[in-house]
Design a protein around this ligand. Structure first.
Ligand code: NPG
Length: 368
């Protein structure tokens, strides 16, 4: 393939409810979409960077800037291009994995659409539908949280993840266990809000039979996670610390994680995400596909990844209605706690032209 041009498109979708984590509250999703145009087909990628650098160093304006200035020109200059070549062509530019992931995904989508192959088949999916979890934000009160969890369980979600932070950890977990029982698959996510000095407090979660505690400590504190894992019974899962297959292998070797959350949009793309999956599977470490409040475009590829054999736990791959009143694509609908894995060429979904038009704030066309 050869790229004839790349469009950077900013869209804004209101969330159905504010989503509060230990690092901030999201009320709208300010999304950067990448559309690549080749002679054979077009392809879409969704950048998961948030508006502000509070979850990770990347942010949406920064991602747009690095794409425009460095990453897109590096691909436009290539005489021949395949998705497998993208990471190598972009490697001279350090970091910016979210921006790189969006561009590689768009190229992969174009390549697969042209070849009539799906993401699911390309990545090695072994399931046609995937079990889904839901991530529940921090609330103002326990009754409010219990109402939210009641609603999600009624919708059929098969696993509940509670966002926690110091001051909102044992109490909400106890309340959910008391109300809904021990059978509910329950896990917590701290988004780096604790330090090793909190080990005793985190140990108070031990009696509740959680599936895992996700990223309790700073993303660079891999040894701290290993130390914590030796002190608490709840399995430690890493998210922010897992930036590549190499860091995943090191974290596993150090005993820093018993479970891995794979976020394709954060690790440089689906090809690296698959390598992380393979490293985890080779070590017998359960993996699951995380989420970053993606629209239907990003969700389609995440659901394909979640269908890989090593993704043995339900992911943060919720239905469109969990996030948006109107999604960019035909909505993903929960059936029996599962989402269907798209089977069409490429992502297997397309943006709805009307919704795309109405939600677009700006576009920028870059050509060679
Ligand atoms: O369902 O897409 C989803 C959200 C899942 O909790 C979720 N994501 O830290 O994993 C996370 C968190 C997140 C959301 C992180 C938005 C960054 C942005």
């Amino acid at each position: 393939m050869r790229l004839s041009g790349v469009e950077l498109r900013r869209v804004e979708l209101p969330l159905v409810a504010p989503f509060r984590t230990s690092f901030g509250t999201e009320t709208v999703r300010d999304v950067l979409l990448v559309r690549v145009v080749t002679g054979a087909a077009e392809g879409w990628g969704e950048c998961v960077a948030l508006a502000d650098p509070l979850y990770s160093p990347e942010y949406v304006e920064g991602a747009a800037d690095v794409l425009r200035r460095y990453l897109v020109p590096a691909l436009l200059g290539a005489p021949r291009l395949t998705a497998a070549m993208v990471a190598g062509l972009l490697a001279p530019y350090k970091g910016h994995r979210m921006a790189k992931a969006a561009l590689e995904t768009a190229v992969l989508d174009a390549e697969l659409r042209a070849a009539g192959r799906s993401f699911a088949r390309e990545l090695g999916a072994v399931r046609e539908r995937v079990p889904c979890g839901v991530s529940v934000g921090i609330m103002d009160s326990v009754p409010e949280l219990l109402d939210a969890v009641t609603g999600y369980l009624a919708e059929g979600y098969l696993r509940i993840k509670l966002k926690i932070e110091p001051g909102w950890d044992v109490e909400p977990v106890r309340a959910v266990r008391e109300r809904f029982g021990d059978e509910v698959l329950l896990q917590v996510d701290a988004n780096t809000a604790y330090t090793l000095a909190d080990a005793r407090q985190l140990g108070r979660l031990d009696p509740f039979g959680l599936l895992l505690i996700e990223q309790p400590l700073d993303e660079e504190d891999v040894l701290g996670h290993a130390e914590l894992a030796a002190r608490i019974a709840t399995p430690v899962c890493l998210d922010e610390s897992i930036t590549s297959a190499r860091t995943a292998a090191a974290a596993i070797r150090l005993g820093a994680c018993a479970v891995i959350n794979i976020k394709p949009g954060r690790v440089g793309g689906y090809l690296e995400a698959r390598r992380i999956h393979d490293v985890a599977a080779a070590h017998g470490i359960p993996a699951w596909c995380g989420g970053m409040l993606e629209t239907g475009l990003g969700r389609a590829a995440n659901v394909a990844l979640a269908a890989l054999p090593g993704c043995t736990l339900p992911g943060d791959t919720s239905a469109s209605g969990r996030y948006f009143a109107t999604d960019l694509t035909e909505p993903f609908v929960l059936r029996d706690g599962h989402l269907a894995v798209p089977q069409g060429p490429g992502l297997g979904v397309d943006p709805l032209p009307g919704v795309l038009r109405e939600t677009t704030k700006a576009t920028d066309w870059i050509s060679g």
